[in-house]
Design a protein around this ligand. Structure first.
Ligand code: 5RP
Length: 225
């Protein structure tokens, strides 16, 4: 993990934003650099939709104008981080527990740019534990069904994410299950199988959503399509 690479990616991605755009703001340490860089550009008539309460707080503090998907249902561009970037820009996201709002905002956007440090680029997805957002009601039952799906894909068990004060809650009040690390051989089928489990709200596989990756290097950035 390299903070300078994250910063370079965030600042480079801010150059893709133009005056008057409606912009989705991602969540995480890399996305925070983008938010900072965007605020510094001081472009007129921007409207921004944050993907989490903490991004909203940061953006507000930096003076960006916020709106919601309810008021602004289509966005020009979203820029967000990722936990892994695989072939064809297939992603694992949700390390920051914001995957549901992130996916809603990504899907509302005409263009999506993923930003990351170079270590996030992988040949095959799965070394980062795949996050799965689950409704709290009956979550142990849902968890058992999730584990059956993961086992059918040759993957280890998922466990509920814990923090100092107990189970992690998302901004929407849901829980996060993290799958054990393992090769995700068929991301498309896994995505469909997880979505078929009642109680699963969303998973962190972002497939066919990223249009461009801006990867920070120690002295600049590279792009992947
Ligand atoms: C939050 C995310 C983040 O984009 C992802 O976890 C990457 O975070 P960071 O930029 O801090 O490495 O998906 O839900």
């Amino acid at each position: 993990m390299s903070d300078i690479q994250k910063k370079n990616a965030g600042y480079a991605a801010a150059q893709y934003v133009e005056a008057g755009m409606k912009v989705g703001l991602g969540t995480g340490s890399t996305a925070a650099w983008f938010v900072k860089a965007l605020a510094e550009r001081n472009l007129p008539d921007l409207k921004c939709v944050p993907t989490s309460e903490r991004t909203a707080d940061l953006a507000r503090e930096l003076g960006l104008t916020l709106t919601t998907l309810e008021d602004t249902p289509r966005l020009d561009l979203t820029v967000d981080g990722a936990d892994e970037i695989g072939p064809d820009l297939a992603l694992i996201k949700g390390g920051g527990a914001a995957l549901l709002r992130e996916k809603l905002v990504w899907e509302a956007s005409d263009r999506c740019i993923v930003i990351a440090d170079a270590a996030k680029v992988v040949k095959q997805l799965g070394q980062f534990p795949l996050p799965i957002e689950v409704v709290a009601f009956g979550h142990k039952t849902s968890g058992a069904r999730i584990n059956a799906v993961l086992a059918a894909h040759g993957m280890g068990e998922a466990t509920v994410r814990q923090a100092d004060r107990g189970m992690v809650r998302t901004d929407g009040g849901n829980l996060i299950y993290d799958a054990d690390k393992g090769v995700i051989a068929d991301p498309v089928k896994l995505a469909a199988d997880l979505k078929a489990v009642t109680g699963v709200v969303e998973h962190g596989l972002f497939l066919g959503l990223a249009d461009l990756a801006v990867i920070g290097t120690d002295d600049g950035h590279e792009t992947l399509k």
